[in-house]
Design a protein around this ligand. Sequence first.
Ligand code: FES
Length: 180
Amino acid sequence: MDKLSKHPSRETDQHDEGWREQYPIDTVKEQNQNRRQFLKTVVAGSALLACGQVALVAAEARRAQVKQLSDKRMVLDVNLSDIADGESILFHYPDEHSPCLLIKISDSKVLSYSQKCTHLACPLIPKAEEGMLFCPCHKGAFDLETGNPLFGPPKRALPRVQLSVDDTGLITVYGMEQAL
Ligand code: FES
């Protein structure tokens, strides 16, 4: 019987033994390697799951700390390139009774908040060079970077306007949130 016509199950014996002699396998070592590989996979999988859960918990915690006041989309009728660094503009969002400030720090950094002081709703004056938004009514102030109260009567942070700027300088406002 030639080799091709042999039944596969009967082709072991000598052929297999020759192969084993030529390429000896340490079975115990191989099993240990397999076990190690399995453990690595389990640990990596667990780490990924843990990361995912941490991200979910973080997102949930953030949701609990922030209230979304609006998700209306609106394109501003001013281009970012028309605003100088340190300059601010006034616009209204999400309605005509809600003045907001947009402060351009640089081409890559733009901040925006409600202009109403969280104490008694006086209009704030941006002071970019001093890193604050100042309220002249009772001498309160908010941090320009975070919107958190710095000094004076205000206790609550300013509602923050969420926006994006595209490559052409088009500014799109898409939300407003209030830290709780
Ligand atoms: S209204 Fe702004 S500090 Fe009072």
